[in-house]
Design a protein around this ligand. Structure first.
Ligand code: NIG
Ligand code: FE
Length: 393
């Protein structure tokens, strides 16, 4: 097993507040640091002058290193284009989830190889911007065959796959009086059975404020069926208005409730007393011209936060975590340190993982380097591609 030392690190963000060389803050900052990696794992972390001999050395020449971004919310398996919908929103058209059926049609019509190539390109785009681990949802198939196909393809790129058959009620179920109920039954029955072998998680678009998405009762049925099939829970909640998503997520001990744009005081209290992470997706508010969630209120109440991209063709076709960080700092009341922590350790927590989002001996060697002396440059240099995932041969 050969060991590689990474040197020339001007500032190391470990997210390990207990490291003896760290500054004791949640980011666990170590100046002039080195990291030793071997066989895909971190072996040692500390000050450069304490580094002992290794087989190889890689000198970064004075750059900051951070744990890789963990993008804990994305919908990468889709075909087609909805840029016109985005343009219409910028002149005042509201978002209601109706466009999901447009992506569904294009996705069903694509071949396996076409979908695979689209996902590969989007994952590569993420790596090039510093994301090391990505969660990928289905949700544009909306029948048993196409949902299972989306998850099978997503599995080629990540273990963090999420069954989102309950994204919206597809058009073919919208006409009849019993259509919605039939669709929820399909999701909880044959579709779940076809998808569970390829998924770790189940998710639902719990949004009574959209005619196409699911009520609290319907969402609970879907989540309970998923849990009975061995899947872990995530929820899209409180995106378009107030609703039951956040409290349902807490009641069912979901790992995460995502969006959280509209939260009541009771929602915040419930989240603060739970192990459910609130995942904020600033790119969505940016791309739908909606008000940003109040991250400060959540942090001050003691809620655990994650930041993720929600990369998808409708509400946010951006895969950039640095962009999400910059918006969170500029417009959501987060400090640069809080935003970075949420995009790394916070997002890892939302996936119930402790082997990523931290630079500590034993963790996976998923590191990101910044073409900058300090992590502060992530928000300070918006739109400039300073972050990239470090790859080890
Ligand atoms: O996370 N809110 C539901 N789903 C996606 C958007 C999907 C789409 O419009 O294509 C989201 O915002
Ligand atoms: Fe989403």
């Amino acid at each position: 097993m050969s060991t590689t030392a990474i040197t020339g690190i001007s500032e190391l963000v470990t997210n390990d507040a207990t490291h003896p060389d760290g500054d004791g803050s949640p980011l666990g900052l170590i100046p002039d640091a080195s990291v030793v990696v071997a066989d895909g794992r971190i072996e040692w972390v500390g000050r450069r002058e304490e580094l002992t001999a290794t087989d190889d050395r890689r000198d970064l020449g004075g750059r900051a290193v951070i744990p890789c971004f963990v993008d804990s919310h994305s919908h990468l398996v889709f075909a087609g284009d909805r840029s016109a919908e985005f343009a219409a929103r910028m002149t005042g058209e509201p978002y209601d989830g109706g466009g999901i059926a447009v992506s569904m049609k294009a996705t069903r019509a694509a071949t396996d190889d076409e979908l695979r190539a689209l996902v590969a390109r989007r994952v590569e785009e993420m790596h090039a911007q510093g994301t090391g681990v990505v969660e990928i949802k289905s949700g544009y198939g909306l029948d048993a065959h196409n949902e299972a196909r989306a998850l099978r393809i997503a599995r080629e790129f990540t273990d963090e796959t999420t069954f989102l058959g309950a994204h919206v009620v597809p058009p073919e179920f919208r006409d009849s009086y019993t259509g919605r109920n039939d669709y929820v039954e399909l999701v909880c029955g044959d579709m779940l059975a076809a998808c569970a072998p390829y998924a770790r998680w189940i998710d639902v678009f719990c949004e009574p404020n959209s005619a196409f998405a699911f009520t609290g009762e319907e969402s609970e049925r879907v989540l309970r069926a998923g849990a009975a099939a061995g899947l872990e829970l995530r929820v899209h909640g409180n995106q378009l208005g107030h609703g039951p998503g956040a409290q349902l997520a807490v009641a069912l001990d979901a790992a995460s409730v995502d969006h959280c744009t509209y939260l009541s005081d009771d929602d915040v209290d419930a989240l603060a007393g739970s192990s459910t992470v609130a995942t904020l997706l600033p790119g969505v508010e940016f791309s739908t011209k909606s008000p940003y969630p109040d991250a400060r209120r959540l942090i001050d109440a003691g809620v655990s936060l994650a930041l993720a991209s929600d990369c998808n063709p409708g509400t946010c076709y951006s895969s950039s975590i640095p962009f999400a960080i910059a918006v969170a700092v500029r417009d959501m009341g987060m400090t640069p340190a809080e935003a970075l922590h949420a995009a790394t350790a916070g997002a890892a927590k939302s996936l119930r993982r402790n082997d990523i989002g931290v630079i500590r001996a034993g963790a996976r060697a998923e590191l990101t380097t910044l073409d900058a002396p300090s992590y502060l440059h992530l928000a300070y240099r918006p739109g400039v591609p300073i972050a990239s995932a470090l790859r080890f041969p």
